[in-house]
Ligand binder design. Structure first.
Ligand code: AHR
Length: 492
């Protein structure tokens, strides 16, 4: 069957919030330490302790927003441990992740410096689980109050006279689990209380994000929206793809062939979650004022053999390129409610953009997909319809083709397509109604092996290439999408 994609280039579906291309960095494994932070005395080239190679690579993705310090770590983090002279900072145990020493060398000042270097918006996640209202309130005062106050004075003593700008603040994380094992009624009340003291100082207006549901816990969303929806700007949702389930996730490489299909099925499932949580949100917020913030997502596998099980270090293959491409298409296509998403996590943890080994660094297939899709950021989504063949997975069937399209401010169009099929190429007819096709270019990322990946010895094994296997006739473009490929088409 020839699959068909129709893009109505003159039908706008609203702006794709650039924050859908957001990232997440937790004090977990080698994400912050070794990944971002090496310290000023390191031989690895750095700026104020932050790796230059990593900053340069991430700047190329135009990262719009970075969430920190967790994750589960957020509800154990006491921010005052991470300020002041580094040599005096408290050494503690990162009990949740690997039981290693956390020396607090990367704290609030270092995080904001990182955001400056990346030219990205900071998203700070506060501690509800083991913190106090006062502690949270003082952190916001420390970061954003301009003038004379105990926390602003403390910040000045620590070398920062002007406050930072902080827009996004999360009131707890996974409060149904590592963030306190709470019931939704209890957390809804705590959310109401804590957020009261997350103040807007001067012209710094905070966008308050409530801790949302785990996967398909629709009752959590119902209770939170009913009891506290009017006091929040965003409600989070967490969803990870675990091919073998949470307790038996399966390896990142060397997986069985059928696991590819299971991974794809679990990837597209996020669309059902968005729709169903979105329907509940619509009931209480038909104007869609409250944003859905998918601030943790990605494919989470077993750790690489021989590595600390608490560090969540995994390889990243062409399968992950598909997970990223398909998920981002889904988020784009739900831009009416999904206003932010933060893939977990930026470096060396879960579905990372970058892997490091001492002074070496490699870019993953997932990184390349984020780079191929970056033109969607803040672009107008275009109406796109797909008639696709399907892939059968047991009783279930999923579409083999995924796509989304957008028009940037300069009028250029970006169409991103994925072929989820592991073995079959797809002949595709793309009709770009109302569009001149005299200037079309395309890029592709694909591989022969199901688990093709980059290594420190072969860093460019999987990377995007120019793609010219297409023909144009009028407004129609015919092309072949190879098996397991992500293709970006740019029309100027
Ligand atoms: O990203 C790893 C962990 O997954 C986060 O700390 C937590 O929020 C989630 O369970």
């Amino acid at each position: 069957m020839t699959n068909k994609v129709v893009v109505n280039a003159d039908v706008s579906k609203g702006i794709i919030n650039k924050n859908i291309y957001g990232h997440f960095a937790e004090h977990l494994g080698r994400c912050i330490y070794e990944g971002f932070w090496v310290g000023e005395d390191s031989d690895i080239p750095n700026t104020d302790g932050i790796r230059n190679d990593v900053v340069e690579a991430l700047r190329n993705l135009n990262i719009p927003v970075l969430r920190w310090p967790g994750g589960c770590f957020a509800d154990e983090y006491h921010w005052k441990d991470g300020i002041g002279p580094r040599e005096n900072r408290k050494r503690m145990v990162n009990t949740h992740w690997g039981g290693v020493i956390e020396n607090n060398h990367f704290g609030t000042h270092e995080f904001f410096r990182l955001c400056e270097l990346l030219d990205t918006e900071p998203y700070v996640n506060g501690n509800v689980g083991s913190g106090t209202v006062q502690e949270m309130s003082e952190w916001v005062e420390y970061m954003t109050f301009d003038g004379e106050s105990p926390m602003a004075n403390l910040r000045q003593e620590n070398g920062k006279s002007d406050p930072w700008k902080l827009k996004y603040f999360g009131v707890g994380n996974e409060n149904w689990g590592c963030g306190g094992n709470m019931r939704p009624q209890y957390y809804a009340d705590l959310y109401r209380r804590f957020q009261t003291y997350v103040r807007n100082y001067g012209d710094n207006k905070i966008f308050r994000i409530a801790g949302g549901a785990n996967v398909d816990d629709y009752n959590w969303t119902e209770v939170l929206m009913r009891e506290a929806g009017h006091l929040m700007d965003g409600l989070s949702l967490h969803y990870y793809v675990h091919p073998g389930g949470f307790w038996n996730k399966g390896p990142a490489t060397g997986f069985e062939e059928n696991v590819w299909d299971i991974t794809m099925e679990k990837t597209v499932y996020i669309e059902e979650l968005i729709k169903r949580h979105g329907t509940i949100m619509d009931k209480y917020d038909p104007e869609k004022r409250v944003a859905m913030i998918i601030d943790e997502w990605g494919a989470w596998y077993d750790v690489e053999p021989g590595t600390n099980p608490g560090f969540l270090y995994q390889q990243n293959t062409i399968r992950d390129a598909l997970v990223a491409g398909v998920s981002l298409n889904i988020f784009n296509n739900h831009n009416d409610r999904v206003q932010m998403a933060n893939i977990a996590q930026t470096i060396n943890v879960i579905q990372a953009m970058i892997l490091t080994d001492k002074e070496k660094m490699i870019l993953t297939p997932t990184y390349h997909v984020f780079e191929m899709y970056k033109g969607h950021q803040d672009a107008e989504r275009l109406d796109l319809n797909i008639e696709s063949s399907t892939i059968k997975i047991g009783e279930k069937e999923i579409a083999a083709i995924s796509g989304s399209a957008s028009k940037a401010k300069d009028g250029s169009i970006l169409i991103t397509l994925c072929n989820l099929d592991k073995g079959e190429a797809s002949d595709l007819m793309l009709d770009l109604r109302g569009q001149d096709l005299s200037n079309v270019t395309a890029r592709i990322i694909t591989a022969d092996e199901l688990d093709a990946h980059n290594t420190f010895d072969k860093p460019d094994n999987v990377k995007p290439e120019e793609y010219n296997q297409f023909q144009i006739s009028g407004s129609e473009l015919t092309l072949q999408l190879p098996a397991k490929s992500v293709v970006s088409i740019s029309v100027k």
